[in-house]
Design a protein around this ligand. Structure first.
Ligand code: WT7
Length: 658
């Protein structure tokens, strides 16, 4: 990518915060000023939201960059902050988790119940020989035991490494080996698309390749038959029989909390390491600020899996440290019917919803009559995370889910950042559809060119973070050099120039004329068309702005004349006519539509109408695979309607990794 990224699209729609929300907002405009005046003081103030057993001596130690220490000398227990202190404050009967199983079974877990379970699990883990600093792999479906297991690890100072339940044996085994885990916590299976799916057999296969594992703790969820070996112990025969009394010990602010693997584009997965005090401070603060959480009335629901960082920070640590009531759902959005999500919002009166653009675009494809059938009037803040949200998907979310009333917070962050970094504040920010708007108070994000120079408003380039933040990753587990190379060696001191250490996020971004930030996708995905750097995101958003398109993925395919040319894979909306000549006509119309919206430079060379797109397990579009398809296909095939077999072929190559 050369100096700048073209800045093609423009958006003039603006939505000011609702007056009633703004009036009672947890965080107001003055917070930005306070954080600008004294960034570390601002974070210290946020850290005081937590209960510390020992106050820190220094907010930030950045004397050995890029290795940061936050709240140096402070001590606390994470589980105490997420559970015990709410019970001590008289909130034992408050619901922590409204759990909804996919088959429709439910569990209501209060903070007092959670304290009992976490204490029992902490005792059982100790009994199994797990101590502070040990690693525990967690491979569970979306059941309350997943949160209990994480909190029990945190309570005794063991590091959890949650592996998404949809990952393969190999993915699980590699992660166990990399972290040298001593224990795996799993289940017989979980419910997925209307049937029980097995987990235990994968664990058996993985454990056979992992001599470090001493015990396997198994939750009974589905009741299906499981093979039973020497290392296996039932959760209900150990944890649920253990003592309900457990005294939390305090740990240093920099005591490691968890490892979470994120697969880069190349090489083995990176074990992102997060620590205690700074991580909880930012997870807790951002939950309160960005969702404007009101503990007495709000019901929160984050639809992510606990196996992703979103689930770590905004199912477990953020909401629970704030004493929130939340919904946790085990299954898929279309089981047993496509209205399941809205049925859950309706049933539990969810007021704060956090979901992903991929889900919103899927809902768009299914049609607006589905959410229209439910009472969604409880919703007051809508969140988005994981990918850039196309302006039309944003508008659809606002209109059909938020009923033109609830503000949308598009939150940019990463596994590496641990918590939200760039987002509107619902009571402060006038939002633009598709923009993550501005860095949160205390965060310094910027968009720079090749030379690490800040681009002016209206320009595009690389997203960077100029100052350390509390929930930043501390390293890559076991590989400090890779940590430096991956994130700190592109710009500034880490690259051997300047004295500022600059974190390179790997995303392209632009500033609009008002300085608002627009995320443009991974820089690996940026296309170079006749010498112009064009972002896949902008072309995709232009396609999605056409009424016949629900979802689009764009890649740059090598081209003899333009270097790269734009190839688009497009999913039509349910109502669009795409048979035969109508499909051909739609393709021409879409090519012209993009040219008209963004300019002739962005006109796709080819558009394919497809029923599905290859996605990662966390719902991100895998453009890399589409690029392979785009480059190997003869020109004659490309304008014809593809059947799902084409994508099935692609999908068969994406067993693991995200
Ligand atoms: C990458 C990080 C953050 C939790 C889930 C993903 C993309 C994330 C946004 C957003 C545009 C976004 C970026 C980022 N991303 N949120 N609001 N707008 N892009 O965590 O798996 O570590 O992925 O997701 O490309 O770098 P992750």
């Amino acid at each position: 990518m050369s100096e700048t990224l073209e800045n093609l699209s423009s958006e003039s729609r603006v939505f000011p915060p609702p007056a009633d929300l703004a009036e009672r907002a947890n965080v107001t405009a003055s917070d930005y000023d306070a954080a600008t005046a004294d960034r570390l003081g601002y974070w210290a103030q946020q850290a005081h939201r937590l209960t510390w057993t020992k106050e820190w001596d220094q907010v930030l130690d950045w004397s050995n960059p890029p290795f940061a220490k936050w709240f140096v000398g402070g001590a606390l227990n994470i589980a105490y902050n997420c559970v015990d202190r709410h019970v001590e404050a008289g909130l034992g009967d408050k619901v922590a988790i409204h759990w909804e199983g996919e088959p429709g079974d439910t569990r209501t877990i209060t903070y007092a119940d959670l304290l009992t379970s976490v204490s029992q699990a902490a005792n059982a883990l100790t009994e199994l020989g797990i101590g502070a600093g040990d690693r525990v792999a967690i491979y569970l479906p979306m059941i309350p035991e997943a949160a209990v297991a994480m909190l029990a690890c945190a309570r005794i100072g063991a590091l959890h490494s949650v592996v998404f339940g949809g990952f393969s044996v190999d993915a699980l085994a590699t992660r166990i080996q990399d972290a040298d885990a001593k224990l795996v916590i799993t289940a017989d299976g979980g419910y997925r698309r209307g049937k029980p799916s097995a987990l235990k057999p994968m664990v058996d296969d993985a454990v056979a390749q992992c001599p470090s594992i001493e015990n396997v703790l198994v939750v009974r969820r589905t009741g299906q038959d499981v093979a039973w070996g020497e290392k296996d112990k039932w959760w209900h025969e150990t944890v649920e029989q253990a003592s309900e009394q457990h005294k939390p010990e305090s740990f240093d602010a920099e005591h490691p909390l968890f490892i979470l693997y994120t697969s880069g584009t190349t090489g083995k997965p990176k074990g992102i390491l997060h620590t205690t005090g700074g991580y909880l401070t930012q997870a807790s603060y951002t939950f309160d600020a960005v969702f404007d959480h009101k503990p007495d009335t709000d019901v929160f629901w984050c639809t992510a899996d606990i196996g992703w960082v979103t689930g770590h920070s905004y199912i477990v640590y953020g909401p629970l440290s704030n004493g929130a009531t939340q919904v946790m759902y085990e299954g898929t959005p279309d089981t047993p019917h496509k209205g399941r999500f809205w049925e859950i919002v309706d049933k539990y009166h969810v007021s704060l919803l956090y979901t992903a653009p991929t889900l919103i675009r899927t809902m768009m494809k299914w049609g607006e009559d589905i959410p229209a059938k439910y009472d969604l009037s409880s919703l007051r803040v809508l969140g988005s995370v994981g990918e850039p949200i196309n302006p039309e998907a944003w508008m659809w979310y606002r209109k059909n889910v938020g009923r033109d009333r609830a503000p949308i917070v598009d939150t940019w962050w990463q596994t590496e950042t641990g918590g939200m970094m760039i987002s509107p504040l619902p009571g402060v920010t006038a939002t633009k559809p598709g923009s993550a708007m501005t860095p949160l108070p205390g965060i310094s994000a910027d968009v720079v060119d090749d030379q690490a120079q800040s681009v002016p408003d209206g320009g595009g380039g690389f997203l960077v973070l100029r100052e350390p933040w509390p929930s930043m990753l501390r390293t890559i587990w076991g590989d400090d050099q890779r940590f430096i190379d991956t994130y700190w060696s592109r710009f500034g001191a880490g690259a051997g120039s300047g004295d500022e250490w600059i974190y390179f996020a790997g995303d392209g971004a632009k500033k609009d004329d008002d300085g608002a930030l627009w995320l443009l996708g991974r820089v690996d995905d940026v296309m170079l068309i006749s010498g112009h750097n064009i972002s896949t995101t902008e072309v995709e958003s232009a396609l999605v702005s056409h009424p016949s398109v629900a979802e689009a993925a764009v890649v740059g395919a090598s081209d003899p004349t333009t270097g790269q040319a734009i190839v688009a894979f497009t999913i039509p909306r349910g109502t669009a006519d795409i048979e035969g000549a109508a499909g051909e006509a739609l393709i021409q119309e879409l090519r012209n539509h993009v040219a008209k919206t963004l300019g002739p430079i962005a006109k796709p060379r080819q558009i394919m109408l497809v029923p599905e797109l290859p996605k990662t397990r966390s719902g991100k579009i895998m453009r890399r695979l589409l690029r392979d398809v785009a480059e190997n296909r003869s020109l004659g095939d490309v304008t014809t309607l593809q059947d799902s077999a084409v994508m099935d072929l692609i999908s068969s190559g994406m067993q693991s990794g995200k």
